[in-house]
Design a protein around this ligand. Structure first.
Ligand SMILES: CC(C)(COP(=O)(O)OP(=O)(O)OC[C@H]1O[C@@H](n2cnc3c(N)ncnc32)[C@H](O)[C@@H]1OP(=O)(O)O)[C@@H](O)C(=O)NCCC(=O)NCCS
Length: 186
């Protein structure tokens, strides 16, 4: 896929702050969102995470974005029917056409007011134009110590993802070779 870059300095400045990407979504958990035990479905939570993550990526790139990857998610505790779910996201680091976004999720019991952290996830979004061509994104400018820590960690996670992707590719190649040799022998 080819890269294309926006030369419009208003819609695409050289860099953006993390604060300018911060996004938030609140949902009330309804029966359609839950399993038969009345707990939020994992897939529905992933959908909310994807949407909130995309909002931060949109704010950073000011173009269309597609989800390239979602890292593993720990479901720390169940979310119940009637809870208020709040998701917050921001861009951790921008690369060439991709951005790593962090999403954190809390649930609030509407009767007791108790708020607990229920999940966190890292996602990678790729910026594309209306034809699906990849688009370069502005650099991200971390400002606070926490933003700097996330910025540094995002590079380590990218290296880990690349190494893991290469490992899976080799594994697929080896499996394919094994299948071909079995077919040839039979
Ligand atoms: C994501 C996608 C655009 C990548 O396109 P591609 O032609 O394979 O591009 P490349 O492999 O050259 O990678 C392009 C960028 O994406 C990143 N990327 C690609 N696959 C990735 C993955 N699995 N995890 C993390 N980053 C990934 C690369 O690191 C690179 O980032 P950079 O430009 O900042 O260095 C393409 O695979 C795609 O369209 N996937 C489907 C997306 C989709 O439908 N999502 C769900 C609905 S939105």
């Amino acid at each position: 896929m080819n890269d294309s870059s926006s030369s419009d300095p208003v819609s695409n400045p050289a860099e953006r702050t993390v604060a300018s990407t911060q996004s938030e979504m609140t949902e009330i958990i309804l029966p359609n969102d839950t399993n038969i035990l009345g707990n939020l479905l994992g897939g529905r939570l992933m959908h909310f995470i994807d949407l909130t993550g995309a909002m931060a990526a949109f704010r950073h790139s000011r173009t269309y974005v597609v989800t390239a990857a979602m890292d593993h998610i720990d479901f720390i505790r169940p979310v119940h029917l009637g809870d208020l779910l709040t998701l917050k996201s921001s861009v951790n680091r921008a690369f060439s056409t991709s951005m790593e976004v962090g999403v954190k999720v809390w649930a609030e019991n509407t009767r007791t007011g108790e708020v607990s952290h229920v999940a966190s996830a890292y996602l990678v979004f790729v910026a594309v134009d209306e034809h699906g061509r990849r688009v370069k994104v502005p650099a991200l400018k971390p400002e606070t110590p926490n933003e700097l820590r996330r910025f540094d960690d995002a590079l380590l996670r990218r290296e880990h993802r690349e190494a893991e992707g290469a490992r899976r590719k080799e594994e697929r190649k080896a499996l394919k070779a094994l299948e071909s040799s079995k077919t040839a022998a039979s």
